[in-house]
Design a protein around this ligand. Structure first.
Ligand code: ACO
Length: 329
């Protein structure tokens, strides 16, 4: 059986910055509250006219260039997102055209876990022999679904995209993946209106039902419970333990979640990758963005073991254990 390994990474953050100071002028909040409760200092916002497919395009392009892969050689494009450009066509189809690819393309939607889910789909396609080269992108513009009058949510999110190129190899790269979902927690984190259950009407828009709603405390407890469990299951599949992990790369939702998880897993905090300060919660983009940061800073070495761990609305969760095989950048 073929294995899948990562041969390229690309990231993209829009230029427009929104700092905590900017937010102080918009809602009743403070830089001090946001920093101590979340670790976030600033986040990026998609430019006017820039949609999720544009973010995905920029990250995808960078990943293909990094991998040295031509568009004609991509067999499958997967875009993990929960802020698609529109209900249909899929963001992946739109991104496929922007990238000049000719391959099948589809979205994978599992909220902030979308990238790990998409990585699973791409890995499975390669292991089954149905694809040789897969472009996996995590991209979200969740600030388009946030109520900028609601201080409980508007301080948390940012926009961005990250991508990896997966390719068939004899040497194992993606070692193990654990995924989970529990729809009984659907109410914890959702955008109620705009789908088939509750189409957008003037009244619903007036009530703000088209905005993201979150029971922050509940999601926090869920996150710190599920991250160690799913990581340990993916590690066990890979024949490894936490001690073998060089870098833990969790979904970047809150610095306090990262710190709590590090303590629960007995991981030194400097082995837990954090980029939240400058990006906020970029949903499906956060794991590949953090990986990209590690890569461009020269901190990824061949042989390193990465544990990528996502969690989010659904509820959904998942972890992928990756052995890094690419030479130092
Ligand atoms: N500025 C100032 N005060 C605020 C703000 C703000 N921006 N937001 C909330 N507060 C106030 C509240 O009103 C509350 O005031 P009260 O005590 O007078 O009622 C107080 O601060 C405490 O509020 P909590 O909600 O209890 O604050 P908490 O410490 O739990 O932090 C937070 C809130 C940051 C949202 C945290 O719960 C969290 O990070 N949860 C996890 C979020 C997460 O992981 N989301 C993943 C999304 S992934 C996806 O799938 C989209």
């Amino acid at each position: 059986m073929q294995s899948a390994r990562i041969i390229g990474i690309g990231t993209y953050l829009p230029d427009r910055r929104l700092t905590n100071r900017d937010l102080e002028g918009m809602v009743e909040t403070s830089d001090e509250w946001i920093t101590t409760r979340t670790g976030i200092r600033e986040r990026r916002l998609a430019e006017r006219g820039e949609a999720t497919s544009h973010l995905a395009h920029r990250a995808g392009l960078a990943a293909l260039a990094d991998a040295g892969v031509e568009p004609a050689d991509v067999d499958l494009l997967l875009v993990g997102t929960s802020s698609p450009d529109m209900v249909f066509p899929s963001t992946a189809a739109l991104t496929q055209t922007l990238l000049g690819l000719g391959c099948p393309a589809y979205d994978v939607m599992a909220a902030c876990t979308s990238f790990v889910y998409a990585l699973h789909t791409g890995t499975t396609a390669i292991e089954s022999g149905r694809a040789r080269t897969v472009l996996v992108i995590g991209a979200d513009a969740l600030t388009r679904h946030v109520d900028f009058d609601d201080r409980a949510t508007c301080v948390l999110f940012g926009d961005g995209a990250g991508a990896v190129v997966l390719q068939a190899a004899d040497e194992p790269g993606v070692l193990g993946i654990d995924l989970g979902a529990d729809g009984t927690g659907a109410d914890m984190l959702r955008i109620p209106a705009g789908g088939s259950a509750m189409p957008c009407t003037e009244e619903r828009v007036r009530e703000g039902q088209h905005y993201l709603r979150m029971a922050g405390n509940e999601v926090f407890k869920f996150a710190v419970r599920v991250i160690p469990k799913t990581a340990e299951r993916a590690l066990a599949q890979s024949g490894l333990t936490t001690d073998d992990v060089t870098w833990l790369i969790p979904h970047q939702a809150n610095q306090r979640i990262l710190d709590t998880v590090a303590d629960r897993m007995g991981m030194p905090h400097d082995r837990v990758v954090s980029t939240i300060e400058l990006t906020g919660n970029t949903s499906a983009a956060s794991i590949p963005l953090a990986m990209g940061d590690l890569y461009t800073s020269g901190n990824l070495r061949p042989g390193d073991v990465l544990a990528l761990v996502g969690f989010g609305a659904g509820l959904t969760w998942g972890a992928a254990v990756v052995r890094w095989t690419k030479e130092v950048r």
